[in-house]
Design a protein around this ligand. Structure first.
Ligand SMILES: C[S@@+](CC[C@H](N)C(=O)[O-])C[C@H]1O[C@@H](n2cnc3c(N)ncnc32)[C@H](O)[C@@H]1O
Length: 268
């Protein structure tokens, strides 16, 4: 089963609505809020900045950008009309936000339109990241800043010991939650090739123990993927999902995903 985000337009309405719910659930997760706040606060936004978020989904990060000081306007781009409907509804109170239905590999903007471009957990889902970076380079102004925060999904783990069956679920989940689980580790080379200088990087460890609500949605997607591939029965898929919830209730659940953030400047 491929990563549903990488072919978002082929996902039916119910799946895209489920994705909308999951994206807002993740955005409200305290650790995810902390990661986003931490890196946004460190960004050197110029006064009256124009910012673009590529792959904005329901616009949780777009709204956070719009609340930052110095930012005059934020554009959010996503191919999914269904996710963009949510984004527009959720940002009704924001005057400095606009959304566009478009593909990251063919952005509907003139060259040199933005001071900052943000890709927040988007690049790992898009086949052809070279083309996305080429477009980011084109629409950024001289000295513009590219900010990439993405899941290092190869690090995903639910195991709490050797041969833990939930680890197989984590591995299956990675197949369906990321098109390229290695993208974070490839980024320095890809950015250099696209004409950027990397000026900063750091990792964030997302570990769900006490509050596992979002991580359990990943467990569910892994169990569903194993069932859909015919490896396990529906009964075992249910049992594996139950196992995650029982662990969470009893305080034994542990899930880990590391994220990477890279800052890069447009080179001239
Ligand atoms: C995991 S979501 C991240 C959404 C948002 N950045 C956030 O963090 O809440 C990945 C997003 O990438 C979008 N996406 C997938 N393919 C895309 C493409 N070719 N161009 C632009 N966005 C794309 C999906 O529709 C989805 O909204």
């Amino acid at each position: 089963m491929p990563d549903v985000y990488s072919n978002i337009l082929e996902a039916d309405f119910a799946i895209q609505e489920r994705i909308a719910t999951i994206l807002e659930l993740r955005a409200a997760d305290p650790q995810q809020v902390e990661f986003l706040d931490h890196y946004l606060q460190s960004l050197p936004f110029a006064d009256q900045s124009q910012v673009l978020e590529i792959g904005c989904g329901t616009g949780a990060v777009t709204r956070a950008l719009a609340r930052c000081p110095f930012i005059a306007g934020v554009a959010g781009v996503d191919p999914s009309a269904i996710l963009l409907n949510h984004a527009r509804m959720l940002s009704q109170d924001y005057e400095n936000v606009q959304f566009y239905q478009a593909d990251a590999r063919k952005l509907p903007f003139e060259p040199d339109s933005f001071d900052t471009v943000v890709l927040h957990t988007a690049l790992c889902h898009i086949p052809g990241p070279d083309k996305v970076l080429e477009e980011a380079f084109r629409v950024l102004r001289h000295d513009g800043l590219l900010v990439i925060f993405d899941g290092d999904y190869a690090s995903t783990s639910f195991a709490i010991g050797d041969n833990d069956p939930l680890e197989a679920v984590a591995m299956a989940a990675v197949e369906v939650i990321a098109h390229d689980r290695w993208i974070v580790r490839k980024l320095p080379g890809l950015l250099r090739k696209a004409g950027f200088d990397v000026i900063g990087s750091r990792g964030y460890a997302y570990s769900a123990a006490c509050d596992a609500e979002y991580m359990l949605t990943i467990l569910d997607r892994g169990a569903d993927a194993l069932e859909a591939s015919g490896i396990i029965s529906a009964n075992l898929a249910i049992a594996l999902k139950d196992e995650g919830r029982i662990r969470a209730e009893q305080g034994n659940f542990f899930g880990l995903i590391t994220y990477g953030k890279l800052l890069a400047k447009k080179r001239f």
